[in-house]
Ligand binder design. Structure first.
Ligand SMILES: [Zn+2]
Length: 289
């Protein structure tokens, strides 16, 4: 018998182990798969995209980019974009984390292909002409800067002039800190425009998606005649972690989610994404009677 070949080093030879721990990981092409935040299933991204960005297992609603949302909502090719030429500036020469706001804006514009965090225009939903605003959560977390406020205000005014129903799909991290008080002023501006729209008896439907928070919630998102929300959407002013840390208390289960807000009267209806188009058309017809 050979002398003790079973040297202590041998068991550590990687070829000894064939089990999963040392098997080479298969390369998953970047971006082909995604994990559901709710049911934790690994999902083929293409399948999710074909399912309106909803998890096929548990119906979790993933975020939708503004252009994609418009395609989902309006009659094909009917979106006529307005006010796209209004671009943000950096009036305060704001700098944060070693980066100027102006530079950040350029990056966000390159990433999303949009000049700002909202797209506005006129469109048809199942043959009904509407004024439509769709926020883009990919652009600086859908924050409300001066241009977002201005575009929404102009949209409200355009919709008032043409006596059209107004639809705004919200997703927002709140007011944009890079613009300080200038962003906070948008709350008053959009609210005043909505007040004039209301005086003219216009119908305003807001759609709150995950997340809608801060100054957006505290202004135009919550001032609608009918407030719809997507399932599971976080709808808040301050986020749950901030509140829990401030009041040092455990918050109720599902606090600030769409279902909680529906139960407490802040939301009129929770609408599955696949039904949103039909529900908007139904509401327009119902309110026109
Ligand atoms: Zn899922």
């Amino acid at each position: 018998m050979a002398d003790d070949d079973a040297s202590p080093a041998r068991p550590y030879d990687p070829s000894v182990f064939e089990g999963p721990a040392t098997r080479e990981k298969k390369d998953i092409p970047d971006g082909l798969w995604m994990r559901c935040a709710t049911c934790e299933s690994m999902l083929f991204r293409k399948v999710v995209a074909e399912n309106l960005e909803i998890c096929p297992n548990c119906e979790h609603h993933f975020p939708v980019q503004a252009r994609q949302r418009i395609e989902q909502l309006v009659d094909p090719g009917s979106f006529e974009e307005l006010f796209a030429n209004i671009a943000p500036t950096d009036p305060l020469a704001f700098k944060w984390m070693g980066q100027t706001y102006a530079r950040r804006l350029t990056k966000e514009q390159a990433k999303t292909g949009n000049t700002e965090a909202v797209l506005t225009g006129l469109a048809y939903v199942k043959g009904r002409r509407v004024g439509l605003g769709v926020m883009d959560g990919e652009f600086l977390r859908g924050s409300m800067g001066s241009v977002v406020g201005e575009k929404i205000t102009l949209l409200i005014e355009e919709t008032t002039t043409h006596s059209l129903p107004l639809i705004i799909v919200c997703v927002s991290g709140g007011a944009r800190m890079h613009e300080s008080a200038l962003s906070l002023m948008q709350m008053a501006k959009t609210s005043a425009a909505l007040s004039r729209f209301d005086d003219a008896h216009g119908l305003y439907i807001s759609v709150l998606t995950d997340p809608t928070s801060g100054g957006t919630t505290a202004s135009f998102a919550m001032l609608a005649d009918v407030i719809l929300a997507e399932p599971g959407a976080l709808i808040a002013f301050a986020g749950p972690r901030v509140i829990a840390n401030t009041i040092k208390a455990e918050l109720p289960k599902g606090f600030q989610r769409a279902e909680f807000l529906l139960a407490h009267g802040f939301v009129d209806s929770i609408v599955h994404r696949r039904d949103l188009r039909s529900e908007i058309a139904r509401l327009i017809d119902y309110c026109a009677r």
